[in-house]
Every structure is written in C-alpha cells, then in structure tokens.
Design a binder for this molecule. Structure first.
Ligand code: HEC
Length: 749
C-alpha cells in the first residue's frame, strides 16, 4: 500500500475491511494459491493437482488430440513431471538434461546437459517479487542447486559457488553420508525451499531432518528434527540414545504448503530399521506422523502419528491434501492424508483436531526377541480404500491350479491381516504392502468442494525376518591368498592392513555399501587422491569385492549414469555447479556407537514384493472420496490389467498406480494415468469414463496442465518402457517416440 501520510480513520477502516475480506476468502477458498499455473511439482505449493480453466469440459474432453510432442531421445525412463512458467515448459530428457521448451510449439529454447543425479521426479520454479529473478530450484545428487530459468545457466552466486551440500547438519560426519537426496524436489514457500531427503532405510541410516534453505542465498534457515534430540518434544518416545543411531523419519515424497496460513505439512516416513524395532522401543515420534510446521520458522504447530512404532514400512508418502469440507453446515479448512495401508485421516488444518473420529484399536503383540509392537493403532472411522488381508478365498483366481495349490500351502503357515507383526518363524502377508495403497503422486483434490481423489494399488508384501550375520567371505583359500597378495601390494599403503583405513577411508564391508559397478569404476579409474589401476582383470576385481564383504552383481540404474547419447540442440551449460571433492571420505555408520546398550541381534527382511498380484483383481483403482460426509463417492479400476483383457488371462499381471498421477479440472474432469500407457478422463461427479486413450510408451510421473491464450493443454510423460506383462504399444505402426505428449482440443474452424 502506498501510504505517505499517517493512517487516517478511513484507511484504518479500509485495512479492517480488507482484512475481513481476506479472512472471508480464506474460509471459502482453501489456500491463497489460485490454481491457474503449474510452476511447481504437484501443480502448486498445495499439491492439489487442481487446475482452474474453462476450455476443456466434460462435453468436449473426448475430442482431445495430440497438439505437439517432444522426444526425450533416450532409452532411459524419466519419472519427471514437467513444469510451466510464463511461456516456457521445463522438462528432463536427452542424457539427463533440463530442457526449456516453448509451450506453444515445443521448440527447444535452451538445454543444460549432463545433470546426472537430478531429482528424477521433478523440480520447482521460483521468481522474485519484482519478477526479474527467475530460477529453477532442484537437487543434484546430495547438493541443492539452481539454474537461471531464462538463460539456462547455473547460478554460481547461490550457496558455495553454486551449490549447498545437504549432507551437512545431520548429526553424522557429512563425508560418511553416501546418499540422502530425495527424488522429489521439495516445496517452495516465499523465498524458502523446504526439502526432505531419502537417507536410506537400512540400520544406521542418517536422520531425515527437514530443512529450509533461502532460495536467493542458499543459507540454511531452519531445521526440524524429525528424530527429537534430548530435551525436545517427542524425545521420550524413544530409548535415550536412539537419536545417535536411528535414522529415517524422512519425507522422501511430497510436502504441501498452505500459503495463506504459512503452514507446511510433512508426511513422514518410518524410522530405521523398517521391520524390526527392538532398538527403538516406544511410539517413535515423529515417525509415520503428519506434522504441521510454521513454514517460516520450522516450529511444530501440531502432529498426528498414523502408525505407532512402525514395523511395516508404512511411510506416509502421498501429498497431504488441503481442502475445505462442509460438516453439518460448518466449513472446516482441513488437511487429509491417504496412507499406504488404505486409510484416510482428516484433520482441522490449524489445530490438528480430527474431523472424523479415530479410534485406537488393539493389535497383536510381536513374538520377536526384544521387540514390542505398540499395543494399539489408530483406525479412522472413514471407510478404508484397500483390503487388509489375503486369504484362500481372495487369492488371485487367475492363477493356474498348480500355483494356486502352492499358495494354499503357503497361506496355511503364513499370517495375514492388519498390523500382524513380522516374524522369523512364519511369513507375514501385508495387504497392501510396502508398495501398496496411496503412494507418492497418488492424491489430488478439489479444494473447495471437499473431494479427495486417490489412486491406489493393492499389492501384497510378504515379510520374513532373518538374523543379520556378519558377511562370509565367499572365496576359496587359493583365491583368498591371491587377493591378499594383490591387496598388500596395491591398496594396503592407503587403506591399512586390516582394511581399516589410513590415507583412504575404511574398506571394511565396503562391498555392502557400494554397488559392484561403482567399486570397479573406483578401482579402475581412481577417485580423488586415489590413483586408478586400469589393468586389473575382472577375476581380481570380483575377488577383491568379495574380500570386502560384497557379492559382485551388476545393476543398471537408469538416469544415474551418462549411458546415453550426447544431447544436441541449443546447449547453454553442462553439469550444473562444480562440486568440490571431499578430501577425506568417512565410513558410513555400521555399528552402534560405543557405550550404547542395544539388542543382541539385528534382523532384516527383503521387501517381499515378488507376488504383487496375489489377491484377486482389481489391483489398482481411482476413487473419489467425499470428505464432507466421509463416503467413497465412486471407484473405478484403472490400468491395463491383463487378467481383465479378453483372451489373455494367462499372465494375471497387476496394473499399477505407482508413479502415476492425476489432474483435476475446475470443469469437473479428472485425468488420470495408469499402467499400460493409459490416460483416462473421468466425470468428477460420477466416475464415468468420458475419454480414454493409450499412449505409444509407458506413462510415468505426474501429468501437467497449462493454458496459453485461453487454450488448455495437458502434458503426459510417456518416456518409459512397457513392462513385460503389458502389451508393447511402441511397436505398433505409427507409434510415437518416447517423450512428453501434449494434448489440446482441435483449433476451432
Ligand atoms: C594412494 C592411496 C590409495 C591407494 C593406493 C588406494 N586407494 Fe582407494 N582410496 C584412496 C582415497 C584417498 C579414497 C577416497 C577418495 C575420495 O572419495 O575422494 C579412496 C577410496 C576408495 C574406495 C571408495 C570408498 C568409499 O567409501 O566410497 C574404494 C572402494 C577404494 N578406495 C578401493 C581401493 C582398492 C581396492 C585399492 C587397491 C586396488 C585402493 N583403493 C588403493 C586412496 C587410495
């Protein structure tokens, strides 16, 4: 406000009135965010995936056609969600490049190439109040970086010569942290980028503190200890030393911001280790909690724990949805969260009061040594959107008889049901399992009308705990002698006679911490002050790796390596900010700290996701949850579910909602992607399919919407390979190349 004189009575009245209007609009709208742009991951800070535009309607949606497309020109899948600012769209493709495209023609404006290790699911756009400073904000491996949105060049004034090391400030030696970057890009509030992390899910992973950095300077503005330190709220829900060795409790997925209130909502993950918690007895705040923080300061406002002492890997992961619900004529600005195990929790956004009742119900105790499953768990009164057990009666009916018989046997000795604790005596079949229910990208809403949309998949996981035993060196005596001689001659001077580390870091059990391909690369090409040994043969390398506790196996990580052809086009920069190498490299924590009492044994299980379509289909659905009255308004199976496909029931392949997404329009159309290259448009009121198409390549990542001069566009990322259990539409005549496909209505003649 331009006010030269002191305030008069009239201006005071105007201020009071405008405050009143602001207050009123707060209570009718959901957040100050206006849903007409898609400049952040998830659409905007509220992650609603809701878009306000008039052109595409229920009546004309079936006329959508491809307006333009952009080929990623790579063989690797991208889960990337494009974002749009002004007339530019930012996508990922071409040998890990960020590419700026014209939103009208799809023409390349600039390319910043060689960004191997970019947060694969997306990035965010920020601009200064005067609109002159425009930046793309993203993480690259373990650093936070920025690119000038206009020129495409790295911003070197940001942080430390262009980057911020996110490994610092986690109560661990930063150089001992191998990975903590999340694949989702965080959320922007004013001049802050609020970031989660993915520090690993094994024993002794670093803690997943939430941090906010200044977008202009890179300065760390606040940290929220998701694992409370001594003296902090929640510390007494853990053993006294747990904060020294427990990790996780991170947001690897999506946070939502209520801009008008300045609140950030965190869906927090499980503490480590995910499936055996004898070294973390207690309810374990803020594990699996929805936490509301003051976005300016990082101070906690309220929290709600959805799973106490989690031993099932039921991370909260899908973005909390901010919507206004109408309960008995009263409007409540609510926040709703959908979980991996099929529950919806709804709270008053400001004070955390449940909008629908939640009851603590008793569940079975654990039989594992030292473990104490929490005696009760919160169960919302709202209907669950998934099944919770697999029985003989609900087994996949498309299994051939021989397989059915095997499963009947297995089910006889296994336990299945909600919150059955994992055991080393029998298999535990969780329904849904670690990949089930609502995962990242799987929630959206109509913020004003109280409707939440959920993509869900009902995959089971089968767990069985095994005692962790020290790795056996799997080498013959002859090979062991040979490798010891080789090690003494070539490595010992720097890594010590017992692998304990001297000039170089400890190599004790390095085989369990790095992948074999990376190990080979280090030994052959050197790293930092370590010289390379080009002429080591494969046999020696593999013996060395076994000697260091590993099992040589090759993994091919898409998107991590520059294994694609070079990008061509208007390249303006390459590689992001240059990161200074660490002089020393600490060893990742692999034991309890000195003097800490802890359980005798550690146990682990694998994720147990090998039998994903164990129960009868449908394995994946979209549903509209009416949070005004707490009912599921409609529900539709989605995806190419081979068991449903005529004439080919043999495969029994599950359809997946994982890595799929939605766009909700103000005209009542719900767009959703699903396995098999599917894109659907549903009627938001009835769930009726208004339009359906199949893309030439598998769809991945979240779709995006934007307008240009009133024309409305839908962008779908179709850059992935079809899995072997889908039809391969990419070999059909006239199939499109992998890439981003943009739909619009035909031009009016
Ligand atoms: C001249 C000293 C030197 C020699 C000789 C040497 N290294 Fe290293 N090594 C280092 C240093 C220093 C590092 C840390 C490099 C960095 O990350 O900056 C390192 C790192 C490593 C790493 C990565 C460790 C981690 O935690 O990521 C491995 C694996 C490794 N060395 C294996 C070997 C093997 C096997 C040999 C013998 C064939 C060997 N090194 C010989 C100095 C040496």
């Amino acid at each position: 406000m331009n006010q030269k004189k002191g305030p008069t009575k009239i201006t005071c009245a105007i201020i009071a009135l405008s405050c009143l209007f602001a207050y009123l609009s707060c209570n009718t709208g959901s957040s100050s965010y206006n849903h007409t742009t898609w400049s952040q991951y998830g659409g905007g800070p509220d992650q609603s995936k809701y878009f306000d535009a008039a052109e595409i309607t229920r009546q004309n949606v079936s006329k959508l056609q491809v307006a333009w497309s952009y080929s990623t020109e790579d063989n690797i899948p991208y889960m990337f969600q494009p974002i749009v600012a002004d007339t530019t769209m930012y996508v990922y493709g071409k040998n890990s490049s960020i590419i700026a495209l014209s939103i009208v023609t799809g023409k390349e404006i600039w390319i910043h190439t060689n960004l191997q290790g970019l947060s694969r699911r997306g990035l965010n756009y920020w601009e200064s109040k005067n609109g002159k400073d425009k930046r793309l904000v993203f993480t690259l491996n373990n650093s936070l970086q920025e690119i000038d949105a206009i020129t495409g060049k790295s911003i070197k004034k940001f942080g430390d010569s262009g980057y911020v090391d996110m490994r610092a400030g986690l109560e661990r030696d930063p150089t001992s942290i191998r990975r903590m970057q999340a694949m989702t890009p965080g959320v922007i509030y004013n001049d802050l980028i609020i970031l989660g992390s993915a520090p690993g899910e094994g024993y002794f992973s670093p803690p997943g503190y939430i941090r906010a950095y200044n977008i202009v300077t890179g300065k760390l503005e606040w940290t929220f200890h998701t694992l409370p330190q001594p003296g902090e709220f929640g510390y007494d829900t853990w053993p006294k030393d747990a904060y020294k060795y427990v990790g996780g409790v991170n947001v690897w997925s999506e946070m939502s911001v209520d801009e008008s209130r300045g609140i950030v909502f965190l869906p927090l993950g499980s503490p480590t280790y995910d499936y055996y918690g004898a070294d973390r007895l207690g309810s374990n705040l803020f594990g699996n909690s929805l936490v509301a923080l003051d976005a300016r300061t990082g101070k906690r406002i309220w929290h709600y724990q959805t799973v106490h002492h989690d031993i099932w890997d039921y991370d909260l992961s899908a973005a909390p949805q901010l919507l206004t619900v109408n309960r008995d004529g009263k409007k409540i600005d609510a926040v709703a969260i959908a979980t991996k195990h099929g529950f919806v929790f709804v709270f008053n956004r400001e004070n955390g009061e449940p909008v629908f009742p939640i009851e603590e119900k008793p569940f079975p105790a654990s039989e594992m040594p030292g473990e104490m499953a929490w005696p009760t768990q919160p169960v919302p009164s709202l209907p669950s959107f998934t099944r919770h057990e697999v029985t003989k009666e609900t087994l996949n009916p498309f299994f051939p008889d021989s397989i059915k018989q095997k499963w009947f046997k297995r089910l006889d000795s296994a336990k299945s049901g909600l919150y059955v604790p994992p055991s080393d005596k029998y298999e535990t079949i969780m329904m849904p399992g670690a990949l089930g229910g609502a995962n990242y990208g799987n929630t959206a809403c109509d913020p004003k009308n109280g409707i939440m949309y959920i993509l869900t998949q009902e995959y089971a996981s089968i767990y069985k705990l095994n005692k962790v035993v020290p790795p056996k060196i799997d080498l013959s005596e002859n090979d062991l002698n040979k490798v010891k001689i080789f090690y003494t001659a070539n490595c010992q001077s720097c890594h010590g006679d017992k692998l304990q580390g001297l000039v170089g870091p400890s190599l004790v059990n390095i085989g369990q911490r790095v992948f074999y391909d990376e190990f080979k690369n280090i030994v052959q090409n050197g790293r930092g002050r370590m010289p390379g040994l080009i002429h080591v043969d494969e046999q020696t390398l593999s013996s060395l790796f076994r000697y260091m506790g590993g099992i040589p196996r090759s993994f091919n990580f898409p998107g991590r390596r520059g294994d694609n052809k070079k990008a061509t086009g208007p390249i303006v920069d390459s590689g992001g900010a240059r990161i200074k190498p660490d002089a020393s490299k600490g060893t990742p924590m692999s034991e309890y700290p000195e003097g800490v009492s802890h359980p005798e044994n550690r146990y682990t299980t694998d994720y147990g996701t090998e039998w994903m379509g164990l129960a009868a289909p449908p394995w994946s659905s979209i549903l509209a949850y009416d949070l005004n009255n707490g009912t599921i308004k409609w529900r539709m199976p989605i995806g190419e579910d081979s068991a449903y496909v005529k004439g080919d029931k043999s495969k029994g392949a599950p359809a997946g909602a994982l890595r799929k997404g939605m766009v909700i329009t103000s005209t009542g159309v719900v767009f959703a992607t699903a396995k098999g290259g599917k894109l659907y448009a549903f009627d938001a009121d009835t769930g009726k399919i208004l339009w359906e198409t199949t893309l030439s390549n598998e769809v991945q990542g979240q779709p995006t919407m934007y307008t240009y001069k009133g024309k409305q566009y839908l962008v779908v990322n179709a850059s992935a390979n079809f899995s072997p259990d889908s039809y391969n539409h990419s070999i059909k005549p006239g199939a499109m190349k992998k890439g981003y496909v943009v739909y619009a209505l035909p031009e009016k003649k």
